[in-house]
Design a protein around this ligand. Sequence first.
Ligand code: ZN
Length: 196
Amino acid sequence: MLPDPLIRLIDELKRLPGIGPKGAQRLAFHLLKTPREQTDRLVDAVRDVKECVTYCSTCNSITDVDPCALCRNEDRDRRVICVVEEPQNVAAVEKTREFKGLYHVLLGALSPLQGIGPDDLKIKGLLARIGDGVTEVILATNPNVEGEATAIYLARLLKPLGVRVTRIAMGVPVGSDLEYTDEVTMHKAIEGRREV
Ligand code: ZN
């Protein structure tokens, strides 16, 4: 029988994505024999991220200053907005160093199966940003079923607002996640974008 605190730790670790009961147990025993200074740093890092990192009120990306550095940067092209699903996708596009516009993070994608509808995504904020001299919206949602459905839905909402709507080229392997797309592929995807 394991001590109660250890059981609690295993239970919490089990909730993390990609960690099953066995993995949680292995991690818990690993933390148990890890030096105190090291586990303190882990605990501090978790607490700091919850206290200091928040979502940008403009683009919904993650930031420790609101609005985020990208939204505040006067050198960015404010006429183009690249729409992505998750904050980590911003980093993937930024790595190409080609895109100079702004971002909008939806914080998800449409998924009827998982009960995720338009109201669960940051769509209203995107529509509100279109008036500000925006001429093009690049839909860079993931090239899978959910990402495609989201892009089609957004195109239908955005086009009547008189803005150019483009979709990234599908050089990105279909069914993949942009988070794991390399810079060259991402660069080609943006360069080869087409009107929808
Ligand atoms: Zn921002």
